[in-house]
Design a binder for this molecule. Structure first.
Ligand SMILES: [Zn+2]
Length: 275
């Protein structure tokens, strides 16, 4: 059945509806669409808030952590009152208060080989805002196998990067860029290296823009380019990306044909679930 806007919805989404590239039809598409956000942290916070404000009909939030005081410098979906609450429930409440049109699925679980496919396949697009390589690879591989578009971003100190992985041959996957997770002792995280909170906000907001473009069917995505933001330098650059014929996942002779799970501590692939 065709969706009919209520008067409140016409007013709420009026700035979208007057855009030629969105219009009433585009807004209805958003209301019928769904997005899964992995991580209700610094990237996930603005991404979730903008997707909710935009009227994306169903938002999934995956995170197993609780809100800590050191999170509030950048994880703007949570409030001081939310300390020690599960992040997914704090995020759910913020989204529902912002836009009652938005239905939330709060998933307070660690993504594993056993649950990731079932979680991801019921969404139109996925946004990765996780903070570790094992999750990034699990999500990226799963999206490729399930033909779900993925918008991935990462930040450190004053820098951020973003890229989109569209399904299908001809579109570079995450492993075309990094074939395997780097050894964990070479990986710096925000806890060790620090990050300017607002830089994370920029990148999470860009993820929301990219996801909305995908849901609206707009072109010129960051699917064959990677965006690099350097806040200290005050610059945005793009690097060209192409499919790698030697890619272990999407290349001509792939060695990875099913999900693999990496140990968060030693980044060694495992074929069974880590306990
Ligand atoms: Zn690839």
């Amino acid at each position: 059945m065709d969706l009919v806007f209520s008067e409140d919805q016409i007013e709420r989404y009026s700035r979208h509806i007057i855009l030629q590239q969105v219009g009433g039809e585009g807004q209805k598409k958003l209301l019928k669409s769904s997005a899964l956000v992995i991580g209700a942290g610094g990237l996930g916070s603005p991404a979730l808030l903008y997707l909710a404000a935009a009227g994306v009909g169903k938002l999934g939030v995956v995170d197993m952590d609780t809100v800590e005081l050191s999170n509030l410098q950048r994880q703007i979906i949570h409030r001081t009152d939310d300390l020690r609450r599960k992040k997914v429930f704090s995020a759910e409440e913020a989204i529902t208060r912002l836009n009652p049109d938005c239905q939330v699925e709060a998933i307070s679980e660690r993504l594993t080989m056993d649950n990731v496919r079932d979680i991801i396949r019921s969404y139109d697009v996925a946004l990765d805002g996780s903070d570790n390589f094992p999750t990034r690879f699990l999500v990226a591989d799963c999206c490729r196998f399930e033909n779900i578009a993925l918008v991935s971003a990462a930040t450190l100190r004053f820098e951020g990067q973003l890229m989109t992985m569209l399904p299908g041959k001809g579109n570079p996957c995450y492993r075309c860029y990094i074939p395997e997770p780097p050894p964990s002792d070479l990986v710096l995280n925000c806890q060790e290296a620090g990050v300017l909170g607002a830089v994370v906000g920029v990148m999470g907001t860009l993820q929301a823009v990219e996801a909305l473009k995908i849901l609206l069917g707009l072109s010129r995505l960051f699917s064959h380019r990677m965006l690099i933001y350097d806040a200290l330098d005050g610059s945005f650059r793009t690097l060209k990306r192409s499919p790698d014929p030697n890619c272990p996942l999407c290349g001509d002779n792939p060695s990875i044909t099913d999900l693999v799970e990496y140990d968060p501590h030693c980044t060694i692939a495992s074929s069974r679930r880590e306990s």
